[in-house]
Design a protein. Structure first.
Length: 426
């Protein structure tokens, strides 16, 4: 059923967000191959992270859920069992890419697939390093899911990522847990380091020197009790919304503030956002704090080079903010947006156009002139959670009511998004 979003006069209140998706995936996978039962609080409520749990259950891992708390009965490095069915990654690129690193080392065959959207996403970036480690993988047309992963004994590798990717890095490091010796990954640019932190928390021997990460094979991982910080990528929608809507004052509690993810906050402050961090603390190696944001006059800016890689997931909602800014927003070096759940350059431009906002599209980005007004419109999520949520935010600042088709796409990462938005919008 379409969602109807009315303009807001202000946003006000205190909210808590679901657990960080990136961290939730990693905790669940490592808990499954650790020894003992791990207890994970504030596990992400999104469908993507549920796909990871479902795949692990199919591999013989006992998982208990109670609200947002998850217990994972780990079976050790060699405890996974062959699934009788195809593993279902749903819409989750994180699930298929990262879990494949573990599957590649198993003494049994696995088949992992996803929905129609995931089936169009290329997998060469993980297949190449895994095959260099000795893995045997076949894919549709040589590059697309489903992946068929055959039994193999892996060898350690020293691998330089051709393109910065935290998911590919994680895939190789997880495979490295099964290889004798030391597996090393070299990054061209620094990416989010949740895997390195989680590996250390579970007891792996990991060495991080700048952009060179090494893990010792065959560790004994031990179960942990952990709490997942609030998702900073989910916070982006509310940070932009409060910046857009006049008279807004919003507090977001318990958000993960990992330095490899802080580019969002740095960029928002650099373009004029009124943002403070309160009660900064450490939680299982991850920095966590509360964010306070108020309406502000936004200057606009440029996202390119390393910044484009760091903000790749937030660009859709930042494009909305750019249209209302003084100078607009230019995005370059973001061709990866073309191969996300949708072609996000095209879907952002399409929906902004429906609101009467002009956009110039490039092969690797877009330019959104500033000082534009949003008109109420009928949007399409195109089945993409970040597009659905970005344009729900835009609708708050529109001149009239807007309608979002297929709004349920937001449940991939944030099932309670519309409820929380309604609670703070006045």
């Amino acid at each position: 059923m379409p969602a109807r979003i009315s303009p807001a006069t202000r946003l006000q209140g205190t909210i808590r967000l679901p657990g960080d998706k990136s961290i939730s995936h990693r905790y669940a996978m490592l808990a499954a191959i650790a020894e003992g039962t791990s207890h994970i609080r504030n596990y992400s409520t999104g469908a993507d992270c549920a796909s990871t749990l479902g795949a692990l259950e199919s591999l013989g891992i006992r998982i208990e859920r109670e609200g947002t708390s998850v217990s994972v009965a780990g079976r050790g490095l060699d405890g996974l069992r062959e699934s009788s069915t195809t593993l279902d990654a749903g819409n989750s690129g994180s699930t298929i890419r990262m879990l494949s690193g573990i599957l590649a080392a198993q003494p049994f065959a696995s088949r992992i697939a996803g929905d129609e959207s995931l089936s169009r996403r290329p997998m060469e970036r993980i297949m190449r390093p895994l095959e260099a480690m000795g893995a045997s993988i076949t894919a549709r047309e040589g590059r697309f899911p489903p992946l068929e992963i055959h039994p193999a004994e892996l060898r350690s590798i020293d691998y330089t990522l051709p393109v910065a990717s935290a998911q590919v890095k994680t895939c190789v490091l997880l495979a490295g847990l099964y290889a004798r010796g030391v597996t090393t990954v070299r990054e061209p640019l620094r990416t989010r380091d949740h895997t390195e932190i989680a590996l250390r928390e579970f007891g792996a021997a990991i060495d991080v020197r700048g952009r060179v990460i090494s893990v010792q094979g065959r560790p004994r991982l031990e179960a942990r009790d952990l709490e997942v910080p609030g998702d900073l990528s989910s916070a982006a929608f509310f940070l932009v919304a409060a910046s857009l809507v006049p008279d807004s004052v919003l507090r977001i509690e318990g958000v993960g503030l990992n330095p490899t993810r802080s580019a969002l906050l740095d960029f928002l402050v650099s373009i004029g956002a009124d943002l403070d961090i309160r009660d900064l603390r450490m939680q299982a190696g991850e920095p966590v704090g509360d964010l306070e944001v108020r309406h502000a006059r936004i200057r606009g800016g440029v996202i390119e080079k390393e910044l484009a890689a760091a903000l790749i997931d937030e660009i859709p909602v930042l494009a909305v903010l750019g249209a209302a800014s003084e100078e607009g927003l230019v995005v370059r070096d973001a061709a990866e947006l073309r191969v996300k759940e949708t072609d996000r350059i095209a879907t952002v431009a399409e929906n902004l156009g429906r609101m009467g906002v002009s956009v110039e599209v490039f092969p690797d980005g877009l330019r959104v002139p500033g000082r534009q007004r949003f008109h109420g419109a009928e949007f399409d999520s195109f089945g993409d959670h970040r597009i659905a949520m970005a344009f729900a935010v835009a609708a708050l600042a529109a001149s009239g009511e807007s309608t979002i088709l297929a709004p349920e796409a937001a449940s991939v990462s944030f099932p309670d998004f519309y409820r929380i938005l309604a609670e703070i919008a006045q």
